[in-house]
Design a protein around this ligand. Structure first.
Ligand SMILES: [Zn+2]
Length: 245
């Protein structure tokens, strides 16, 4: 029997000042390529470019994903759309998101834009590394027996500005179908030992500082992850960046 993970904090705001105080003692868990290590898991194509992705995570996290798949209803699968990101990737994603908020709120002060961006992307310039750079965070959803992604944002279309309004895991205004579908993901991931960032139904983690904060631990077990030279080469051969036009 594995002890259930006790969640102490469950908030759409995870204060950086508190998370920065969590000490990181990296346990050296190696990185594995999810595509080959977890054949039972689907790896989504990059939603911007439509290209195949090669994704990495810590080995223990990959094993937990295998466990999560086993607890899904028959015929259902997990599909991962983001996992490890280098610090450079994270900076690019942060800046892109910041620019998007700036376009939407022209004239808003820097502090406001930063707070808005921080809710969706971990800032890359604070003491604690972004969860995705530790190899402990996974962004994912569930695919049904018909091989289609379950609808998690009804009545809104996912990846549209309106669906941002229901990105919190227990958001108000969700259609019953989306609530039901989220429960499938929540059940599988929680049972496997992951904790969820309450501001994003798709973001789950283990081992990073935010995970430690959620369960009330003073130490995290994953700092910034390093890929082997071979893994790095392979990752670069399947770039996640959009092509320049
Ligand atoms: Zn994420």
């Amino acid at each position: 029997m594995v002890a259930k993970t006790k969640i102490k904090r469950n908030s759409v705001v995870e204060p950086i000042s508190e998370i920065n105080q969590i000490k990181i003692i990296d346990n050296g868990d190696p990185m594995v390529e999810l595509n080959s290590y977890c054949p039972e898991i689907l790896i989504a194509k990059n939603w911007r470019t439509g290209k195949k992705q090669v994704l990495y995570a810590r080995k223990h996290v990959a094993d937990m994903l295998k466990k999560a798949v086993r607890s899904l209803p028959k015929g259902y699968k997990l599909t991962v759309f983001s996992a490890f990101r280098s610090l450079e990737d994270q900076i690019e994603i942060y800046n892109r998101s910041y620019r998007r908020f700036k376009r939407r709120h022209p004239g808003a002060p820097k502090s406001v834009l930063r707070r808005l961006t921080n809710r969706f992307v971990h800032p890359p310039d604070v003491k604690t590394p972004p969860g995705h750079s530790t190899g402990g965070c996974i962004d994912l959803t569930v695919v049904g027996p018909d091989r289609k992604e379950l609808n998690m944002t009804k009545p809104y279309k996912w990846r549209t500005p309106r669906s941002r309004g229901v990105s919190a895991t227990h958001a108000d205004g969700l259609h019953e179908e989306a609530q039901r579908n989220r429960k499938i993901l929540i059940g599988a991931m929680t049972q496997a030992g992951f904790t969820n960032y309450a501001g994003e139904w798709w973001h789950w983690s283990y081992g990073d500082s935010c995970w430690a904060w959620r369960i009330g631990r003073k130490t995290a077990i994953y700092g910034v992850a390093r890929l082997t030279n071979e893994q790095e080469k392979k990752r670069k051969s399947a770039p996640a960046k959009p092509k320049k036009r």
